[in-house]
Design a protein around this ligand. Structure first.
Ligand code: SAM
Length: 266
């Protein structure tokens, strides 16, 4: 049998289609999400419904965003699902999540297409005030980066931006055998809970974005070199940040301090 055909659907590589088939893993993810009636649940990439079906067993309604037209059409016809779903056949990268949160913050989940998972998370961070929590299946390596703290190899721009917005909690590791077709990499589920009050608010997010991009693009350099055009050594000292540190040694709080200093300068 062609291992890319699943329930009569030919898995499309360009849409990152790896369908979950392991019942134990599926049940563990749904238990971790813990959907409750009345909540505003939104699934990204429902596919053939591996997570959608068990979630829909617990609640009356959910919104799904599926880019693949054939899969969206199948869901619209699905006997157990069609009454319960609002289907957006759309690229999740173009969804305005604030508009979906009409009366309460959203609970977003999904086994994300790995090819767009990082930009999709940056897109979702823009809507973090409209989101109660997120549960995502991602490449394990991406989860490691999301949760990483300073002084580790995995710590980077994604760690800083995710932790600026959210409390990040790893939930579960998932082997390739849990999917059809099996991906080449290990996967993991992560829970991201947007902070009710930002612990280190910045005045201008574009400054945080700019500084983290610049510092991590030259992560081997000390910040006196990588950020030398933005801050003098004296300024770094006044901010309590040693100029000989490298990008991976700077905490989220320190990056926020740098961003606020830069905002004041401009
Ligand atoms: N949830 C299903 C499961 O766990 O078996 C499918 C997961 S599969 C890894 C990713 C799903 O996201 C596919 O159904 C794919 O068509 C859909 N998808 C891919 N790119 C998308 C995008 N930009 N916006 C919305 N859905 C997308």
């Amino acid at each position: 049998m062609n291992n890319r055909v699943h329930q009569g659907h030919l898995a499309r590589k360009r849409f990152g289609q790896n369908f979950l088939t392991d019942r134990f893993i599926i049940d563990s993810i749904v238990s971790a999400i813990h959907p409750q009636p009345g909540e505003a649940m939104v699934e990204i990439g429902p596919g053939l419904g591996a997570l959608t079906l068990p979630v829909a067993e617990r609640i009356d309604h959910l919104t799904v965003i599926e880019l693949d037209r054939d899969l969206a059409a199948r869901l619209a016809e699905h006997p157990q699902l069609k009454q319960k779903l609002t289907i957006h056949q759309q690229d999740a990268m173009t969804v305005n999540f604030s508009e979906l949160a009409t009366d309460q913050p959203l609970r977003v989940f999904g086994n994300l297409p790995y090819n767009i998972s990082t930009p999709l998370m940056f897109h979702l961070f823009d809507y973090s005030s409209a989101i109660r929590d997120m549960h995502f299946m991602l490449q394990k390596e991406v989860v490691n980066r999301l949760v990483a703290g300073p002084n580790s190899k995995a710590y980077g721009r994604l760690s800083v931006m995710a932790q600026y917005y959210c409390n990040v909690i790893p939930v579960l590791e998932v082997p390739p055998t849990a999917f059809s077709p099996a991906p080449k990499v290990d996967s993991a589920v992560v829970r991201l809970v947007p902070h009710a009050v930002l612990p280190h608010p910045v005045k201008d997010l574009s400054m945080l974005s700019r500084i983290t991009t610049q510092a991590f693009n030259q992560r081997r350099k000390t910040i006196r070199n990588s950020l030398g055009d933005l801050f003098s050594v004296q300024q770094l000292l006044e901010l309590g940040i040693e100029a000989t540190l490298r990008a991976e040694n700077i905490s989220v709080e320190q990056y926020c301090r740098l961003a606020n200093c830069l905002s004041e300068q401009q």
